[in-house]
Write a protein that binds this ligand. Structure first.
Ligand code: SF4
Length: 389
């Protein structure tokens, strides 16, 4: 399935076109903006993957990390109306919901038998929810799942929480940390470009505001994840600029754990006319992220969004993390299409997915500490996962 290019001379793989970038990668020299643009534009995807794999294996060898996690999307009511979003409640679209704290508790109980280590909670910007709701959300998770890591609230939600509570962002973060918040997910900015912000998500934070939230979180000791939504109206240059800006912010704060390139799903959005990203772009986005983000330890392939087969390939194109088991992910889910909302891999499925492409599965916690070594061979068959693409 995966070509072994390790015995070939680098010149044969990258050709004259990219040999200068190969030399930089070999020496550990930081790539420039122009290098990033060339890596997105070259037709030689194999070379881009080969270069990214050098960095991936230098950092992690064959290790591929995953976490036992559950996602909870506590409300889909949102007043930001982002054009790329199919999740928020709208006429002719998803029906509005707002989980009560009891419903959140019930949701947490659904997978009580699975020894989860991470709960990932994000939702829409719902002005009806009071300040105390967010603290209680975090407390309920810790009550039902003592010791679990709570990764919750994008920068946009955090600003909303502070506004609704009429407190400073620092105070809101401090209150959430006291309630049990452990880290922040990466979403909320999509692409650090004023043009794309204006055209697709003008009601959300802009890039500078998003960075201010990241800086505030890092000062309070919170770790954070980063993302890049690609495959909509952004240009190649805007993608690379996004990566360069993340790299600069990481130089400054050092608090980002992982970067996850997220492919755009146009179904049921205002951008339905746009063709979905191809597997080729999925792999390229992961590989270029790995090459440009020399100060990020981990690059994740989120199998829910780019599919299990692409994630398997991505483990040879720069990704060292396959996310996790993920229960009930609703952000890119098309209601009714697959009959239920469960998008998950069993533990054995996850191990098998990684081992099938000759990588070494490593269960981690949310801070990338190894939990245990999965048994060498998972016996169960990999169950096909119905995904929305
Ligand atoms: Fe709301 Fe987030 Fe969807 Fe934007 S992406 S409309 S903020 S739920």
């Amino acid at each position: 399935m995966v070509a072994d290019t390790s015995r070939l001379a680098p010149e044969k793989v990258v050709g004259a076109e990219l040999i200068d970038i190969y030399r930089k990668v070999d020496e550990g020299t930081r790539l420039s903006f122009e290098d990033g643009v060339r890596l997105f534009n070259t037709r030689n995807l194999t070379a881009v993957g080969y270069l990214a794999n050098i960095v991936r294996e230098r950092r992690h060898g064959a290790k591929t990390f995953f976490v036992r996690n559950q996602h909870i999307n506590y409300t889909n009511i949102c007043n930001k109306f982002c054009k790329f979003c199919s999740f928020y409640a709208k006429k002719g679209g998803p029906a509005p919901y707002e989980m009560t704290l009891e419903q959140v508790r019930e949701r947490l109980m659904w997978h009580r038998e699975v020894p989860l280590t991470e709960i990932h909670m994000v939702g829409g910007i719902n002005p009806r929810l009071p300040y105390s709701y967010y603290m209680d959300l975090v407390r309920i998770v810790k009550e039902v799942r003592p010791g679990v890591h709570v990764k919750a609230f994008t920068a946009v939600e955090l600003v909303q929480i502070a506004q609704i509570g009429k407190v400073s962002l620092d105070q809101a973060l401090a209150d959430l940390i006291e309630a049990g918040l452990d880290s922040l997910p990466g979403g909320g900015i999509e692409i650090l470009s004023d043009r794309v912000h204006h055209e697709l998500f003008g009601k959300k934070l802009n890039g500078d505001e998003w960075k201010d939230v990241a800086r505030a979180a890092s000062k309070l000791g919170l770790k954070q994840y980063a993302t890049m939504l690609y495959g909509h109206i952004e240009t190649v240059e805007e993608r690379v600029d996004h990566l360069v800006q993340l790299r600069e912010l990481q130089d400054e704060t050092g608090h980002f754990l992982t970067m996850t390139p997220l492919c755009f799903h146009p179904e049921a959005t205002e951008l339905e006319h746009i063709e979905p990203p191809t597997a080729e772009l999925d792999l390229r986005a992961i590989a270029v992220s790995r090459l440009m983000l020399d100060n990020f330890d981990h690059i994740k392939s989120f199998w829910i969004m780019n599919s299990v087969p692409v994630t398997q390939m991505a483990l040879w194109y720069g990704a060292d993390d396959a996310d996790g088991l993920v229960h009930e992910y609703e952000i890119t889910y098309k209601e009714g299409e697959f009959g239920n909302k469960k998008q998950m891999l069993t533990y054995d499925n996850m191990v098998r997915m990684i081992e099938e492409v000759h990588r070494e599965p490593v269960e981690r916690d949310s801070l990338y500490r190894q939990i245990e070594s999965p048994t060498a061979a998972a016996k169960t068959r990999l169950t096909p996962i119905p995904l929305a693409r």
